[in-house]
Design a protein around this ligand. Structure first.
Ligand code: BJ8
Length: 421
C-alpha cells in the first residue's frame, strides 16, 4: 500500500530493489508453502504475518518508537531478550536467510564467509531490511570468528554493541558471561532510560518463558506418527518467533497446538504413517531460508524437529522463575543462557547428548546435519555427531548456502538417504 511505501521511504530503503525482493519472496513462499496439503488452520496467521513481514509488523515497530520505545536488533540467541523487554524495548532477530546484496557484502567481509553473515551485511548495504533500519541498537556477539570479525566492519554502518560470549562452560567463563549480562543490562537501561526493577524483570522472564513453553508444546506434539505438521511450517513458526509480538505470538501458537492435539488424537497428519521421519541439526535457518526443508519434504520424507537456534536450541531451556531480587533473576538468566549448546563452545559434548535424545523422543529415522558453507564450528561438529550417532540413528551431513544452484544435487543425495533410513 501507499502507506507502506511511505514508511519504507522514511526508513531509507532502496524502494526498487525492495520491490524486487518482496516479489521474489512472495513467489518463493507461494511455491514452498501454499503448495502443501492438509495444512493447519492455525497456519493462516503465519501466512498473514509473513505476507506483512515488511509491512504491518514494521508499522507496529514505528508506532512503538513514536511512543518512545526502543528497538533492539540481534543476530544470536545469546542476547537475553528478558532484559530487553524489562527495559520496555522491543527485540527483533535480524539474521537473514536470503541472498541479497552479496556483491556489496564482499566489499566488507571475505568471500569465504558464511551466507548468514553475508546476508545481514548485504541487506544493510543494499538498504533492504526495514528491521535493521528500525533498530536503535544492534547487538552482536563474539561467537564464531566470522561473526565477530564481521561486526568490526559492520560497526561503521549500524549502532552496534557487542556482547562477549565465552568459549567454554568453565566456572570463570560463567563469571565472564555474568559480567556481560550485567553490562548489557546497563546498556539497555541507558538506551531506554528505564530502570530494570524486580517486577519488570519477573514479568519479562515470564513472557519469554511462556513463548518457550508454547514452542515446547509444539515440539512435543511432533513426536506423533503420522507427523501432524510439516517441517516447513514448524520452521516458519520458529522463524516468526523472532520478530512477532511475544504475547500475540504465544497466544497464536497455543491455539495452533490445540488444533494439533485434535489432529494427533484423530490420527491425522500431513504425510502417511510410515513416511520417513528426519530431523535437522546444525546451523540456524533464518527467514526466508526454506530451501533444505523444501527439498527434504519433496523427497518423500517429513521433518519432525530442528536442533538449531531457530528451533529447539532456543526453546529447550526455561529461565528459573523462583528468583525474587534482580540479582537472583540475573543469575537465573546467566545459568539458562550458559546451557545453550552452540558449536562455538569447546568442548560442546552436551549438544551430542541433546541431539541423540531429541532423535529418540521425536522417533526420528534419520538425522541430517546441516552446515552453511564456510561455517567451521558446525562443519566440525557434524563430523563428531556422525561418529557419536553411529549405530543409533542414520546420519548424513550436508553443506550448502542460500543459492538455488545445488537443489538438484541435494535432492539426489537426500533421496538416496531417505531410501536407506
Ligand atoms: S548461539 S548457532 S545464533 S552463534 S552459520 S554465523 S556459526 S559461520 S549462527 Fe549462531 Fe548464536 Fe551459536 Fe546460535 Fe558463524 Fe556458522 Fe555462520 Fe553461524
Amino acid at each position: 500500500s501507499d502507506a507502506h511505501r511511505e514508511m519504507w521511504e522514511r526508513l531509507n530503503l532502496d524502494l526498487t530493489a525492495h520491490d524486487g525482493l518482496l516479489e521474489v519472496l512472495g513467489k518463493f513462499y507461494g511455491d514452498i508453502y501454499m503448495s502443501q496439503d492438509n495444512r493447519l488452520k492455525g497456519m493462516e496467521y503465519m501466512d498473514f504475518v509473513l505476507s506483512e513481514v515488511h509491512g504491518l509488523r514494521i508499522k507496529e515497530l514505528q508506532e512503538a518508537k513514536a511512543q518512545g520505545r526502543k528497538v533492539v536488533g540481534t543476530f544470536c540467541v545469546f542476547v537475553p531478550e528478558e532484559l530487553t523487554l524489562a527495559a520496555d524495548a522491543v527485540q527483533v532477530g535480524l539474521c537473514a536467510g536470503a541472498e541479497a546484496g552479496s556483491d556489496l557484502a564482499e566489499e566488507l567481509v571475505p568471500r569465504n564467509t558464511c551466507a548468514l553473515i553475508k546476508s545481514f551485511i548485504g541487506f544493510k548495504l543494499a538498504r533492504l531490511c526495514p528491521y535493521l533500519e528500525s533498530s536503535d541498537l544492534v547487538v552482536g556477539e563474539t561467537t564464531c570468528d566470522g561473526k565477530k570479525k564481521a561486526y568490526e566492519a559492520f560497526a561503521d554502518h549500524a549502532p552496534l554493541y557487542v556482547m562477549e560470549v565465552p568459549q567454554t562452560k568453565s566456572v570463570s567463563a560463567r563469571e565472564l558471561w555474568r559480567d556481560e549480562v550485567l553490562r548489557y543490562m546497563a546498556q539497555v537501561e541507558k538506551l531506554t532510560g528505564v530502570t530494570i526493577t524486580a517486577e519488570r524483570l519477573r514479568t519479562a522472564i515470564k513472557t519469554v518463558n511462556d513463548r518457550r513453553r508454547a514452542l515446547q508444546r509444539l515440539t512435543a506434539l511432533r513426536s506423533a506418527d503420522p507427523a501432524p505438521i510439516s517441517g516447513r511450517d514448524a520452521l516458519l513458526i520458529n522463524q516468526i518467533s523472532f520478530y512477532d509480538d511475544p504475547h500475540r505470538f504465544t497466544y497464536k501458537i497455543n491455539e495452533l497446538c490445540d488444533e494439533l492435539e485434535l489432529r494427533v488424537q484423530a490420527g491425522q497428519g500431513v504425510a502417511p504413517v510410515g513416511t520417513p521421519r528426519l530431523m535437522l541439526s546444525g546451523c540456524p535457518m533464518a527467514v526466508p531460508n526454506w530451501k533444505l526443508p523444501y527439498v527434504i519434504e519433496s523427497s518423500g520424507a517429513v521433518i519432525v524437529g530442528e536442533e538449531s537456534c531457530i528451533g529447539t536450541r532456543n526453546t529447550r531451556d526455561l529461565v528459573d522463575e523462583s528468583g525474587e531480587t534482580v540479582a537472583e533473576m540475573v543469575d537465573a538468566l546467566v545459568d539458562r543462557y550458559m546451557k545453550i549448546d552452540c558449536a562455538c563452545f569447546t568442548p560442546n559434548t552436551d549438544r551430542q547428548d541433546n541431539v541423540a535424545s531429541m532423535a529418540q523422543t521425536l522417533k526420528a529415522d534419520g538425522v541430517i546435519n546441516y552446515s552453511l558453507m564456510f561455517c567451521q564450528p558446525y562443519a566440525h561438529e557434524a563430523m563428531k555427531l556422525e561418529h557419536f550417532l553411529e549405530g543409533t540413528v542414520p546420519t548424513m551431513s550436508l553443506e550448502t548456502d542460500y543459492s538455488m544452484e545445488d537443489v538438484e544435487q541435494l535432492k539426489t543425495r537426500i533421496e538416496a538417504f531417505v531410501e536407506m533410513v
